[in-house]
Design a protein around this ligand. Structure first.
Ligand code: PRX
Length: 632
């Protein structure tokens, strides 16, 4: 048996001893009395009665050994600003932000909604919440007002923190007007909003009595030290909303101690990031990759983390490699979409910079196609590690674990189940294990390891019903991904089993997009499917039935209507959910019981066979889809 296989096996067979050892990687205010309480399956509590704090582990405990080492480097190619913070400086900034929270009456268990661009204050805000035991809910800046309002009403935050604007590709993207709109729509708006005024939005206007200026508050708290609030290990650290089958996003709730341990262990075993080295994760703080591997994990590991605001090809396609050279990056984490974008650029950018410090490049968030995996490996002459995980798990499920054993990398696969995960590929029909090379559902036998979601925020029943009822005979966590295992034990992910699509690594529910399309007054019905895209992996495509046919009676009217529908999606959900096209039909393919045949539509759009159509109500509906696709 290989070293990694033995490591993985022990993590399951001697589960408590294994995680007890990993728990020593972080600081505890009070030790745990039990490693795992699984007396109420599928709920698991890790490191019971242990007390710790994420902010303490990310900052305070490094102060004596590395107070003058850089902790955070903020680079914005949008504004030209570059600024770094040592651990001591980060400590000060976070104490100030935590002081603001205290002054505003925000403390343990209160929710704080963070809707911010990629600026250092966003990191301060997250860590400040962790420091005082407040639960942050970071919402990705690409979501529009209505989506923001839904998340506000679910989390019921005591406070919101935002900025006047973000920037993308040189264009200002106002944030505050969206916040104003969301707060008008929300049933449970917070009383106060802290705004970081970057001076980007010239029309920025604070709402008197509600909006507070970050810089003013910072000055007032310049010398404040805010003590850490110790949390019992299972107490929540944050909520992060993610999409599923329904239009209503789920608040993934994360614990504190289990998460800190899982991240610390992953830095050692998977990412091989050492204290004092630099990690560069190109995601956004609004996604789980940003939470775990821009903010918490590198800091817990005593590394320097890079926060990058900008595009991968601006000012040119060498910018990321320039950063690697300049800051001696040793671990990089990006997405397959970014790799495909870079693949289309002049290869000279890859040989222009000294990348000798870089040991590994990790990619996740969406399927990594074999040619791109091979291209990047050849271009960098470094191991490129495809690894697979979810918002729900917070850290990798499948990966090569090179800190334990340098297993060979097979192109197009995220390798093996990570330690702690009892992963199985199950047949959908009877929950038995699929054979080698047989497709099945990727499932995890509970308890889920430390760091994984503890429940759906405010809805334990939804947690159980959503994730643990796919197989009637066994209570097992379903990832909703198809997968296979080959004869060498390598796993391949073959796409989602549900209606979730993945656009440039952004996880979206087709139902969510459909609801956004239907917010347009003239749309009666719509089907949205994800269609393969060369760069972004998938793109949403919509087929809509209008109420008033007169509004699409001519090609010009039709084009105008399509534009309007797209604008409605931008307004409701955000441009990330905008369909690449909206085709108009008079009938949608459905089963006789009224279920949309999204898979058949998707197959036609990708030029494949639509599959079994014995249950279709009216075959003419598919002909309409065919015609619409042909007409383009
Ligand atoms: O379908 C899988 C896909 O992305 C989903 C999770 O997305 P999200 O919650 O945004 O979390 C991303 C964390 C990295 C999965 O259910 N996915 C993620 N990584 C991979 C992947 N599909 C194939 N290969 C991957 N490496």
């Amino acid at each position: 048996m290989g070293a990694y296989q033995a490591f993985h096996q022990r993590s399951l067979s001697e589960r408590d001893a294994f995680w007890d050892e990993q728990a020593a990687l972080i600081d505890w205010h009070k030790p745990h009395t039990q490693v795992c309480d699984f007396s109420h399956p599928p709920f698991a509590r890790w490191f019971v009665e242990g007390e710790t704090n994420l902010c303490h582990n990310a900052i305070d405990r490094h102060l004596s050994a590395r107070g003058d080492q850089k902790a955070l480097i903020y680079i914005s190619t949008e504004t030209g600003i570059e600024k770094s913070y040592t651990y001591r400086e980060l400590y000060k900034e976070v104490n100030r932000a935590a002081g603001m929270l205290h002054t505003l009456g925000v403390g343990k268990g209160d929710r704080v909604l963070i809707y911010m661009p990629m600026i250092a204050e966003a990191v301060f805000a997250m860590l400040a919440c962790a420091r005082v035991g407040a639960i942050h809910s970071v919402v990705f800046g690409g979501f529009a007002a209505a989506s923001l309002a839904t998340r506000i009403d679910d989390a019921k935050p005591a406070l919101m923190i935002t900025a006047d604007a973000g920037m993308r590709g040189g264009r200002a993207i106002p944030y505050k007007p969206l916040v104003d709109e969301a707060l008008r729509l929300a049933q449970h708006p917070p009383r106060q909003v802290i705004v970081v005024n970057r001076g980007i939005d010239k029309d920025y206007k604070p709402v008197v009595g509600r909006d507070l200026d970050y810089a003013t508050l910072r000055k007032a708290h310049a010398e404040v030290n805010t003590p850490v609030t110790w949390l019992e290990s299972s107490e929540p650290s944050y909520i992060l909303y993610t999409s599923g089958t329904t239009g209503r996003p789920k608040g993934v709730q994360r614990d504190t101690g289990g998460y800190a341990v899982a991240l610390a262990a992953s830095m050692k075993h998977i990412y091989c990031g050492n204290p004092g080295e630099t990690m560069f994760t190109t995601s956004d703080i609004g996604w789980v990759v940003g939470h775990s591997y821009i903010v918490y994990a590198p800091l817990i590991a005593g590394m320097t983390t890079i926060l990058y605001e900008g595009l991968p090809i601006r000012p040119d396609a060498g910018i990321w490699w320039k950063i690697v050279e300049q800051y001696k990056v040793s671990v990089m984490f990006s997405s397959p979409t970014a790799a495909r974008v870079l693949k289309k650029q002049d290869p000279v950018y890859l040989s222009k910079y000294d990348l000798s410090t870089l040991r590994h490049v990790f990619l996740a968030g969406e399927p990594l196609d074999e040619p791109t995996h091979r291209w990047l490996t050849d271009a960098l002459q470094k191991p490129v590690i495809d690894h697979y995980w979810q918002t729900e798990t917070g850290w990798p499920i499948l990966s090569a674990v090179h800190g334990v054993e340098k297993t060979p990398i097979k192109m197009g696969t995220p390798s093996f189940p990570v330690y702690g995960y009892n992963l199985q590929i199950l047949r959908e029909s009877d929950a038995t294990e699929a054979a080698v090379d047989e497709k099945g559902v990727v499932a995890i036998v509970p308890p889920l390891p430390p760091g994984c979601m503890s429940t759906v925020w405010g809805d334990d029943e939804r947690f159980v019903n959503t994730y643990f009822t796919s197989f009637r005979s066994r209570q097992i966590y379903a990832t909703f991904d198809w997968g296979i295992r080959d004869k060498d034990g390598y796993h391949f992910i073959l796409g989602r089993t549900d209606d979730v699509i993945n656009v440039a690594g952004h996880r979206l529910g087709t139902r969510e997009i459909e609801e956004a399309v239907q917010s347009h007054a003239n749309i009666a019905e719509v089907a949205v499917v994800g269609v393969a895209d060369q760069i972004k992996g998938q793109m949403p495509l919509a087929f809509a039935v209008v109420k008033d046919g007169g509004k699409i009676a001519t090609p010009e009217l039709k084009a105008a209507q399509e534009k309007e529908v797209m604008a409605a999606v931008d307004k409701q959900l955000g441009a990330i959910g905008r369909p690449s096209r909206v085709h108009f039909v008079t009938l949608l393919p459905k089963t006789r019981s009224g279920k949309l045949l999204r898979r058949s539509i998707q197959a036609l759009a990708e030029g494949r066979d639509p599959g079994d159509l014995t249950t279709i109500e009216d075959p003419a509906a598919l002909d309409q889809i065919r015609v619409a696709l042909q007409q383009g």
